[in-house]
Design a protein around this ligand. Structure first.
Ligand SMILES: O=C(O)CCC(=O)C(=O)O
Ligand SMILES: [Fe+2]
Length: 356
């Protein structure tokens, strides 16, 4: 029995900038305006997808209009507020390359630089730091955004920027889902690369062995891969959830499926109890058990099966325990020292028995 409490979250490498490009030599001729296509965010989803694809295949730029909660004038207000901070305040926010007293390398303020080809002042903020996992705090691309503290309104500035950042995250996530769908993939196709609301408590895997009998004790959270998409399994009380492991799949030439699954954080402690029905250590498992007879019994699927010869070449006969240890070792290299001796003992014993 175990309970999943730990959270394995990957933190997004997002960035939002506030920029001010200062004028240098006065006005230039803008020429005739080009009108980008406008896609209204309140349109029906399918219409948005169709229009997004039309534009992405031709122009490659388009506008999204009517995003609920987006008011440009607030962003401009806070942009101007920020850029008019005193030089003294700004220096506290400079990236380290501009102010050696500061720790921040990647987030914070890049000031105007004389004679630089770009004439721009940039304030970069990252994912609010409390959303970055402890593990990922080690990565150099994650660091705390330095925020102004002194002047009045600093707190509101930060609140506004963090709220606005979340708005952009939600629009961008929705858009990426639509792009996936338009490409004929499930809407959640990119979720694993982006999503920070799906917290994984047991990472995706196939089970190792033969047959698993799982009790989910009425809790949701188990997700299985259906058509490239992880789908939540409806919990059914007093039922065992059954799936098979890699080994049974392999010796049936993959006609029987060992399906990827995972457990997501349900926002509360979760109890479950898997039971792995494994053969004994010294069971000799052949590369395949699919002879002509077995194939003909399930012949509807036989043509989908991998060629038995190929499987024969790929895998050797194995002791079940050795196989399992190999698989566990893949998860946890620390086991290596522990099993080497045992494994060769078992093999030796088997060989001696065979020769007798
Ligand atoms: O806790 C669950 O519902 C599933 C656990 C699982 O997949 C496993 O331990 O192999
Ligand atoms: Fe599992």
């Amino acid at each position: 029995m175990y309970t999943n409490q730990q959270q394995q979250q990957t933190s997004l490498l997002l960035e939002e900038s506030l920029r001010k490009t200062a004028t240098t030599k006065g006005s230039v001729e803008l020429g005739e305006f080009y009108d980008l296509a406008q896609i209204d965010w309140t349109w029906p989803r399918q219409k948005i997808i169709d229009e997004v694809f039309k534009e992405l295949k031709t122009m490659g730029f388009f506008l999204i209009t009517n995003v609920p909660g987006y008011d440009e004038s607030d962003l401009l207000h806070w942009g101007k507020w920020f850029c008019s901070l005193s030089e003294e305040e700004k220096k506290k926010l400079h990236k380290r390359v501009w102010n050696s007293e500061n720790k921040n390398i990647y987030r914070g303020l890049a000031p105007f630089i004389d004679n630089d080809p770009s004439h721009v002042e940039i304030f970069d903020m990252g994912l609010p730091y409390d959303q970055v996992t402890e593990e990922e705090k080690e990565y150099s691309l994650h660091e705390e955004t330095p925020w102004p503290v002194e002047p009045e309104e600093s707190k509101q500035f930060r609140e506004y920027m963090e709220g606005h950042y979340n708005l952009r995250v939600s629009v961008a996530s929705e858009l990426v889902g639509m792009i996936a769908e338009g490409l004929g993939k499930p809407a959640g196709f990119f979720d694993q690369w982006y999503s920070h609301d799906t917290l994984i408590t047991i990472a995706q895997h196939t089970d190792s062995g033969f047959v698993t009998l799982l009790s989910t004790l009425g809790y949701p959270g188990l997700q299985v891969l259906v058509n490239d998409e992880f789908r939540s399994v409806r919990p059914v009380k007093h039922a065992f959830v059954i799936n098979i492991g890699d080994m049974l799949s392999r010796i049936t030439n993959y006609i029987l499926k060992a399906t990827l699954h995972r457990v997501i954080d349900i926002g509360d402690d979760r109890y479950s109890s898997p039971f792995f029905f494994e053969p004994h250590y010294a069971a000799k498992i052949p590369s395949t058990i699919m002879d002509k007879e077995s194939l003909s019994v399930i012949e509807n699927d036989a043509n989908k099966a991998r060629d038995a010869d190929e499987v024969e070449k790929q895998y050797e006969e194995m002791l079940y325990g050795d196989y399992l240890i190999d698989k566990i070792t893949g998860y946890c290299l620390a086991y290596q020292g522990l099993w080497k001796g045992k494994r060769s003992d078992m093999l030796k014993k088997q060989l001696v028995e065979q020769e007798q």
